[in-house]
Design a protein around this ligand. Sequence first.
Ligand SMILES: Nc1ncnc2c1ncn2[C@@H]1O[C@H](COP(=O)(O)OP(=O)(O)OP(=O)(O)O)[C@@H](O)[C@H]1O
Length: 571
Amino acid sequence: MKTVWSFLSTYRVAVYIALSLTLLELSVELIQPLLISRIIDEGILQEDLSVVLVWGGVMVLLSLIAFAAGITNSFYAAHASQHAGYDMRVALYKKIQQFSFANFQQFPTSSLLTRATNDVTQLQNTIFMSLRIMLRAPLLVLGSVILALFVNWQLALILVVTIPLLLVILLYIMKKAGRLFKAVQARVDRVNNVVQENLTAIRLIKSFTRRDYESTRFHGASEELQNKTITTLRIVEATMPIILLIMNVSIMAVLWFDTTGVQTGGASVGEVVAIVNYVTRMTGALSIFSMIIIIFSRAKASADRIGDVLEAEEYMEDGETSMKLQGEIAFNDVSFRYPGTNKDVLKNISFRIKAGETIAVLGATGSGKTSLFQLIPRLFDASKGSVAIDGQPVESLQAKELRSQIGYVPQEAMLFTGTIADNLRWGKEHATEEELIDALTSAQIYDKVEELPDGMYTRVGQRGVNLSGGQKQRISIARALIRNPSILLLDDSTSALDVKTEARLLDALRHYSCTTFMITQKLSTTMSADRILLFDHGELLAEGTHDHLLETSPIYQQIYESQFGGEADAR
Ligand SMILES: Nc1ncnc2c1ncn2[C@@H]1O[C@H](COP(=O)(O)OP(=O)(O)OP(=O)(O)O)[C@@H](O)[C@H]1O
């Protein structure tokens, strides 16, 4: 909450001006019953028209001032709320950019989306409404009590009893509503999550004919959101009848005390009218309290959720060393488990790779190959042991520098909306046309790209939906190659390629003087590597050339036999 308020303090001048104008508007409103009382007692009852005209004129003039104050207030309220909201979004975006993968484990993507959009908008609206109208309500109540005491303190004592009682009830409901609204926002996260998954996996859903199942999931999440919101609003709405009951009883008590003449000190008609007028205004102000409770409780929940992200501890401290990498990699007794889990997915891994070597990483699904890759660009830190590049522990290297010298092609080829050239320049911002062509040629995709209507400047849809899996893979590889990396990490990135294209690609990669790691399931790939690392259940089972493993590793022999059947028998 504190973090969020700090955004508003930048615009405190606008806030103070808006609040001062609210006070001005409010003062005019509070003076009106006093003037009415004077017009009745000194003008109408005394049949003095000049008093009616003078004070009537003053009332009109004050109303015009209040009108101008209201319009100017809107201007400053909008300025403060919109700018503070903008700053909050920028801060959230920056913070999320700095997040390590461990932080992403803590906040799912859909939740971050809701926080950066829906939660910020809630706060923006609350700031605007607070400066514009909401603060008026409590101030109007306070001012009414004070002025009613000033008009006739004996009659106004009724309010001194009822208002604190009301405040206690309202504070209790507000606290309860705050907790409930946090649960409501969590349901918004869930709906966003289902929608996001549905949109990104739409092809899968259609091909598996899982539309009904996904529809049920969506309706379930939406219904949960609806029910939680209704329950919360019902509790908050219960405040309205309570407020109206207490305030109406107060008006009746004022009239009763006045007519029975008990302890009123002989109130005049004007005084009674003024006090009833104050109580009515207070009832009006208090009746929007249920709305205020909803908005504030919701804003509090949103502010907490935004604060959680902004104050999230960054699990990764950046290193200081900046150097050109050669690409020698050493894992020294490395174990790794994902944050928040209690099982090592890599166990005591040790190996050393010389700069420029081509290494194939082979292993069953779930054996820890991708996890191993993620430790090299420091997407995660090892839980035990050390990962070093050119003799430097990765933790001591500047993460930005380190990552800029690594070409990482993830398992799922991911392209962005824009042209093919845009996607490549995402890897190297100011790459020349020649560099683009070279990278595409090495990735064995230039011929195909040339055939497209606008060549390299053909637009790819969101996530590359108008390209085949193999084409996307090769463009992703070109994007990694264009930065001329010192280390190239290919996570099963040639799985969709036919054997001939793959062989040409691997041949082209030899012209890049980088250390290449290739996760693969295909022995045709491992055969062309300098060395193979064989993984099973998070352990490095064997290490060596194809021929060496074929002789020494029973598991490698089995894989060989399963892929080359007859040929294996012939050996
Ligand atoms: N983000 C994560 N949080 C927790 N556990 C994870 C996470 N990602 C992967 N794992 C677990 O870590 C283990 C190793 O996964 P990893 O992705 O490294 O295997 P892999 O060998 O690359 O598999 P595949 O060949 O199927 O891609 C698996 O048991 C998996 O369930």
